[in-house]
Design a protein around this ligand. Structure first.
Ligand SMILES: Nc1ncnc2c1ncn2[C@@H]1O[C@H](COP(=O)(O)OP(=O)(O)O)[C@@H](O)[C@H]1O
Ligand SMILES: [Mg+2]
Length: 311
């Protein structure tokens, strides 16, 4: 038998997260791994070599997070700058899932697209320019016809603005100039059927695929923008693309968003998510049945990453 192993966990509790956490803890115990849940780094204090945190589940005990065998962070909605800061430090002294470097990369849409394009993965054409070079946007607008302005660190479709013509752009630019942004990031608007593929990958393996469809007149598929989830069989091209994108970003757990470009007749990767949600109880009822498989693959991954050499 190997040495005792203990991992720390911070997982979202809403939308069925609590149940997911229970199952994952059980799977880990079956692999002789103990779990300390509720390790919210929001409450942690770093002191010399230690990052000390009380678990939400046991307020009396101080945990030295840096002494654990692994830290599993999975809470998109509540992540703050402070938590990211400590997560980054922890990543240097123990394995973290996702590993911080990959997570940080995929939190930024430009950094991700730039890397993917350099490694031969199709993404929407994009342009990034300094805030003083707004005229670059007018130039590219002539070529693209329609484009999407995107905050590079956004989520849920928030802040995305479709720019249909030069007049809209001229109207938008003064507002953008007032916002004290460092740069502008725009993408060519892809002609697609308002549906996407969300492909979940864990440790390089395909977990699941479902689709999302934009609601009403909206062109964004995000649930928070009125989109809805539907069952969708993937094809080999979509699965291969997702596996490749996950591998390039370095994410152990990835949710890859893919749409089909009708003009270019190819699939493109819109973004890679580092905290792709499990199916909610409602979605499970509607037939999304991948949670158990995903939990098992994550447990195997944690097991693999915490295996200790027998002396
Ligand atoms: N270049 C694009 N062309 C057409 N639609 C897009 C483009 N980029 C994003 N979208 C739509 O907007 C949604 C949100 O974009 P995404 O880049 O995934 O940002 P977020 O992090 O906000 O989800 C996508 O799911 C897609 O429906
Ligand atoms: Mg998205």
């Amino acid at each position: 038998m190997g040495k005792d192993r203990t991992v720390g966990m911070w997982l979202y509790q809403n939308g069925g997260g609590e149940k997911i956490q229970k199952k994952l803890v059980k799977e880990l115990r079956a692999r002789e791994i103990e779990t300390i849940t509720g390790l919210n780094l929001r409450n942690a204090i770093a002191q010399n070599g230690n990052i000390i945190c009380q678990s939400d589940c046991n307020k009396k005990k101080n945990i030295k997070v840096n002494k654990l065998d692994l830290f599993f962070s999975y809470n998109a909605g509540e992540q703050t700058q402070y938590q990211m800061y400590l997560y980054k430090a922890l990543n240097k002294v123990l394995p973290t899932i996702n590993n911080f470097d990959a997570f940080e990369l995929t939190e930024d849409k430009f950094q991700t697209s730039f890397l993917l394009r350099n490694k031969g993965v199709a993404t929407p054409d994009y342009k990034l320019c300094h805030r003083d070079d707004g005229h670059q946007l007018s130039k590219i607008m002539k070529k693209w016809d329609k484009m999407v302005y995107k905050p590079t660190d956004g989520w849920g479709g928030v802040g995305l603005t479709k720019i249909e013509n030069e007049a809209t752009l001229d109207m938008l630019l003064p507002f953008l100039n007032q916002m004290d942004l460092r740069f502008f990031y725009v993408e060519k608007f892809i002609d697609y059927d308002n549906t996407d593929f969300r492909v979940d990958i864990v440790d390089g393996k395909f977990v699941s695929c479902y689709g999302r469809k934009a609601g009403g007149k909206d062109w964004r598929t995000n649930i928070s923008s009125g989109g809805s989830v539907f069952l969708r069989e993937p094809n080999d091209a979509v699965v291969d693309l997702a596996i490749k994108a996950a591998q390039i970003t370095g994410l152990e757990i990835a949710g890859v968003d893919i749409i089909y470009d009708r003009k270019k007749e190819e699939y493109v990767v819109l973004e890679v998510n580092g905290i792709p949600a499990f199916a909610t109880p409602d979605q499970e009822k509607a037939g999304l049945s991948f949670n158990d498989k995903k939990i098992e693959l994550i447990a195997n991954l944690i097991d693999k990453q915490t295996k200790k050499e027998e002396k």
